[in-house]
Design a protein around this ligand. Structure first.
Ligand code: G3H
Ligand code: 13P
Ligand code: ZN
Length: 307
């Protein structure tokens, strides 16, 4: 059943678990996400970036989600715009049937971010759609980062409190040291959990972890085994994801893990039979591998069994 983002996340916030927000760019990835939710009995957030919307067409993105949410009517699902860059982009998503949008104005000065978020909240809330915003910049905390630099990059808890009060945003993504993609940490993984807890206490709303892919060893190995290169890749360890959930993270954004797992299977099939050109022979095992990974992740985040 398609519901608003806040309906899913308020429950997660109350009960203290994390819900996976999984990116999709086509039917196969979306189907794998629904299959995993069905197996794990987990609520889900499915999200499309502006690039994904350009690739699929916004009508296709919404249409696919509506069809699958009808097919799996027992699964609460929210359709979220990931990293919306403008009011217009968020409005288009709201008007097309998204039930949650992110306005990502975190690279703008604080006041501008606040004003843009307010404008999106006013429109989205008038249509029953929830809103996410971001504070701070997504980048890794390197071991040698100075205290001043750290404060400039990561979320400021005072600003977070002021921002949430002023904008009435539904959930907030605090920068605490994660980054997008497969290369998150140069040295040992490190996140600012103290800062996270402070933000949770000061805002008391659901919080969002971007750049939350874990790149488990078996996924990296599967990619490497096909001749793929992921040298130096490092994700957020499961134990960190669980600590983040304990610290108040309720929406956990995952894209890179799904991409690597999917393509590892496509490459494996291609390598194993160079006469093969039936798309289904590539995509069926790819969907199965991604589903397995997501079922496991729903267990790690605590959303399994929550429906
Ligand atoms: O945070 C970004 C997501 O992984 C989506 O990436 O813009 O390449 O679709 P994309
Ligand atoms: P990953 O690159 O770690 O999967 O993060 C995805 C994300 O944050 C989407 O908004
Ligand atoms: Zn992100």
């Amino acid at each position: 059943m398609l519901v608003s983002g806040i309906e899913i996340l308020n429950k997660a916030h109350r009960e203290g678990y994390g819900v996976g927000a999984f990116n999709f760019v086509n039917f196969e990835m979306l189907n794998a996400i629904f299959m995993a939710a069905d197996v794990a009995k987990s609520p889900i957030i499915v999200q499309a970036s502006e690039g994904a919307i350009k690739y699929m067409g916004i009508d296709m993105a919404v249409g696919l989600v509506k069809i699958l949410s009808n097919r799996y009517s027992h699964i609460p699902v929210a359709l979220h715009l990931d990293h919306g860059t403008s009011f217009e982009s968020c409005k288009k998503a709201v008007d097309a049937g998204f039930t949650s949008v992110m306005i990502d104005a975190s690279h703008h000065p604080f006041k501008e971010n606040l004003e843009m978020t307010k404008e999106v909240v006013a429109y989205a809330h008038s249509k029953g759609v929830s809103v996410e915003a971001e504070l701070g910049r997504l980048m890794g905390i390197e071991d040698n980062i100075s205290v001043d630099e750290k404060d400039a990059v990561l979320i400021n808890p005072d600003e977070a409190e002021e921002f949430v009060k002023a904008t009435q945003v539904d959930y907030l993504a605090p920068a605490i040291g994660t980054s997008h993609g497969a290369f998150k940490f140069k040295g040992e993984p490190k996140l600012d959990f103290e800062r996270l807890q402070e933000v949770k206490v000061r805002t008391n709303i659901p919080l969002v972890l971007h750049g939350a892919s874990a790149i488990p060893d078996y996924v990296r190995e599967a990619f490497l085994a096909t001749g793929g290169d992921l040298k130096g890749s490092k994700g957020v360890p499961f134990a960190f994801l669980q600590e983040a959930v304990k610290g108040g993270i309720n929406k956990v954004n995952i894209d890179t893990d799904l991409r690597i797992a999917f393509i590892a299977e496509v490459r494996r099939v291609a390598n194993s039979d160079n006469t093969q050109f039936d798309l289904r022979k590539f995509f069926t095992p790819a969907m199965e591998f991604v589903t397995k990974l997501m079922v496991e992740r729903m267990g790690v985040l605590g959303s399994a069994g929550k429906i």
